[in-house]
Structure formats: C-alpha cells, structure tokens
Write a protein of this length. Structure first.
Length: 362
C-alpha cells in the first residue's frame, strides 16, 4: 500500500511516500521541490504535481493521500478561499481516482468537498501535522519548527496540542508563528542597523540580502541547501553572498573587508536567534502553569540546529530532542508531509506502530 503526504507551500512543495507491506513500513521517500508560485504562476501547479507524482511514486497508483497547504497565502491569490480551492482543484485534476484527505487545524482529516466548505480551517494547517506527530513521542514539550520562511512554536501538554492560535493571524499574536526563517527572510526585517567598523550603521530597507546569505557566509548552510532565489538573482557562492550582504549598508566588497561583512552576518544571526527566542519565551510563559515538570524542546525544520538550538539557550529545557534523530533528516525537513501521510495511515486503521520509524523509546 502506498500513502503519500503533500505539503503545498507557496515556495516549496514537499511530498512523502510511506509504502507499507505486511504491516511494516517498507519504504519512506521524501521529495522537496522549490516552486515559488508567485514567480512560476499558479497555472503551473498541476504540472509540478504531475512531475512529483512520477518522482515520488514512479507514476504508479497511490492508495490514499493526505494534503496540507500554505500556498493560499501567496499574493497570486486574492483571497485564502481562492487559494485553497485552486490547490484542491489541482490535486483532483492530477489525482482524479485517489482518495484525498485534507488536514484541518483541529487535526481532523476532511474530504475535498468538506475542505472547500471549511477553507479557513484547512488554510495554513501544516503546523498541526507536525505537532500531532511530535505528540506521539513526547507528551510534554514545545515544538520549535524552523523552516526556510517561518518558525512555528507549538506547545504539547499531556500529548495534546495546546496552541492558542488557529489561523496565521491568531498565531502571530500568540507568538506561535514567527515570520523568520533560515533562507527566505529579508535581512531588513531582522535588523535596522549592523556594526560596521565599530559603528552601528543603519541599513537600507531594500531587498538586498536574505537570511540564506547570512547563514551561507557563516557556514550554517551549504550552497546546495540554499534552495531559493537570491535577492539579486545571481549565484549562491559565498563570495556572491558577501557581496549581497555588503549592499545592505549601500557598500560593496571593495569598500568593506571580508571580516567586516562576517561581523555583520554574526550580528544578524544573533538578532534572528533573539527574535525566535522571544516567541519561544512568549509561548513558554503562556503554558508554564499547566506543566508541573520541566518541558522538553523538540527541534525540526532545516534551521533546527543553528537557529533553533541557539534560540533555546535562554530557557532551561529538561532535554532538547532533534526530531531528525527520530524520523530521519529528510523527513524532518519535510515534517508536515510526513506527518499527514502518517495521519492517513492511522485513519485507515492500518496496524503499524510509530516505533517502526525509530529506535526512540516510547
């Protein structure tokens, strides 16, 4: 039996295949495709889904699929309703015979028609899948999912998701959604000034450099991991990243020494970590009366190590758990698609145990 989970984002599409034979997980395969829908155009979404279908399942029949999305927030759509319906239309066009279940913010799997009627409940619900997955292993924790664009901070208490916000708007207010990530964040939204030659210098508000440039310069990511377009549409070498970062203070690599640009990068890195830490502290303070013992912190997403772990330094967690050590690195970078696939497996009554995926003690 083949089950596929989909996470259709505005910048990336992630798919995870779980193949089951004799009640055992025979194969897990994850694919991430960079697809900036605001650049490529929404009309190309079905084409990309067809390509990914061939890649993820060898173009063979898929028994059931789970779907979650964030693409509806993209400004190629005038409203979330339009975005949700377009994503659903594209999925049904490419997969007309497959069973499709759509995740909502209350951890329910809906039919496509139910999802159309309750479009605000399925919009940007991918964080729910990740939190549901984590709750199967860690009963009292805060989940910190640092992605390429955003960071989710989700409390799990006694195995239940205790998020106060449901929509992106509500989650921004509660600190459970932080709009900063490992690759795609405009540096001008992280800092207003940086140190240059010992002087705090205001920066331009132009889109000159991204967080991906900062982390490439500092060695936090590799060139291959920089899976987004750059601010100047040029390459992704360290030299080109240094050039982009110099431009935020209206300078260039002739005017600034490399060590000066690296110092700027380190400062931006610190401030981005502080921003995530502030959201983490806000969520921690909102639930600490509900927890008798100290909480664990579960890290996932591509920025889990260099941003997530650093941001957690302010709080004394009982333990820090890297989800990649439980479900594997590939699945941890595409956790929502992996999670929604598992939710479908469970909803179909298939008798497999979560421990099949890891040696993590249950």
């Amino acid at each position: 039996m083949k089950i596929v989970g989909w996470d259709i984002g505005g910048a990336n599409i992630k798919a995870t295949l779980i193949e089951i034979k004799d009640e055992k997980v025979f194969r897990i395969k994850t694919i991430i495709r960079y697809f900036p829908i605001w650049i490529e155009g929404k009309e190309r979404l079905p084409i990309i889904l067809k390509e990914l279908k061939r890649e993820i399942a060898d173009d063979s029949f898929i028994d059931a699929m789970g779907l979650t999305m964030t693409a509806e927030l993209s400004d190629v759509y005038e409203t979330k309703k339009e975005g949700v319906n377009h994503a659903l239309d594209c999925v049904k066009e490419v997969f007309p015979k497959e069973k499709v279940f759509v995740l909502d913010v209350n951890t329910n799997l809906k039919t496509v028609e139910e999802a159309r009627d309750e479009y605000l409940r399925v919009a940007s619900a991918n964080w729910v899948g990740t939190a549901w997955l984590v709750s199967k292993w860690v009963k009292d924790c805060i989940l910190l999912d640092v992605g390429s664009t955003t960071t989710d901070v989700i409390p799990v208490i006694k195995g239940r998701i205790m998020a106060r916000g449901k929509t992106d708007l509500e989650r921004l207010a509660t600190g459970e959604l932080i709009y900063t990530g490992a690759l795609r964040t405009n540096v001008a939204t992280i800092v207003k000034a940086v140190p240059v030659g010992g002087i705090m210098t205001r920066i331009s508000s132009e889109l000159f450099a991204l967080s991906g440039d900062v982390h490439l310069i500092l060695g936090n990511i590799s060139q291959d991991e920089y899976k987004t377009e750059t601010a100047d549409r040029r390459g992704k070498t360290r030299k080109e990243a240094l050039s982009r970062l110099a431009r935020i203070v209206c300078a260039d690599t002739d005017m600034l020494k490399e060590e000066e640009i690296v110092a700027m990068a380190n400062y931006i890195y610190m401030k981005q970590s502080d921003r995530i830490a502030d959201g983490l502290m806000q969520v921690y303070n909102s639930i600490r009366t509900l927890v008798k013992d100290r909480l664990s912190l579960v890290l996932t997403g591509m920025g889990r190590g260099f941003l997530g772990r650093r941001s957690a330094e302010r709080l004394k967690f009982e333990s820090i758990i890297d989800l990649a050590q439980i479900i594997g690195k590939d699945a941890s970078v595409a956790t929502p698609s992996f999670a929604v696939a598992l939710m479908v497996v469970e909803s179909l009554g298939l008798k497999i145990k979560f421990s099949n995926f890891s040696a993590f003690p249950l």
